[in-house]
Write a protein that binds this ligand. Sequence first.
Ligand code: ZN
Length: 321
Amino acid sequence: MTTYPLMLKPALKSSLWGGTRLIKEFGYSGKDIVAEAWVLSCRADGAAIIQNGALKGTALSDAIALWGNDALGKRAASSPQFPLLIKLIDARDKLSVQVHPDNDYALRVEGEPGKTEMWYVVDCNPGAELIYGFNRDLTKDEFRRHIENGSLLEVCNFVPVKKGDVFFIEAGTLHAIGGGILIAEVQQNSDITYRVYDYDRRDSSGNPRQLHIQKAVDVTNTSTPNHQKTLNTETIDGGTIKTLAQCEYFTCCLLTVNSAITINNLDSFCSLLNLEGECTLETENAKLILKKGSSIFLPAGMGAHITSTAKQPAKILYSYI
Ligand code: ZN
């Protein structure tokens, strides 16, 4: 069966800390409050749905089951499950302080892959900040004591953020998204989170959220985080490609399309998420209009030509493995 670029409708998730920006600014519909939009997801608990062509109305995972490994590319095909999960997150209020295990620990203890992730700050309120690791080196015992006596925030590294900032959150890095931040998150396809502090908040039934202290102590890297690597920006015909993160699990770039650019075919599927501006995407067999929030799955081996159609340049998050 012939592959083609898939326009995806994200699965929407509500949470007490979510807001309305993903509805009002990104055009998603179906809920009043949206905390997360899973724009590239093959998960049963939040499937992205195809909106165009012969497979319209079916899940992304159905297309991959039908098309087979050719649509995934060699590396993704060798992964036991679909390797990536990409979300937009609207944190009106702050999220819990948490950590994710690496593959070794997660496969051994949870039977699922671990999670390394990357954040791209799409927008934020003035003064917004997030937690990225510790502000000094701790021992595991000190980490545990700070969790147990309620003084964890004293040793957290609070970082002020601005639009366009990037955070690479290797498995084992303590982190929390702060209030007033809208981020795009690219991550390994895993849902394993160990929560260590939730600001003593209660859920809608009045219960405190469950913490996972022992597992968090097991997996957390308690030294201060490494500084961010300098990111490489390449100027191409019609725009730029800025590398935001590159690791064994994914590569993520920001495409800025001033006029028109071509992305080459890769031996990997690609995810394209339009964050700003408007453009058209043309492949050998399709032409799609991308608005703010549009999410595309481009099958492996398929290149594309992207043309900006608005005054401002289009900004597109471009991810592959
Ligand atoms: Zn996380």
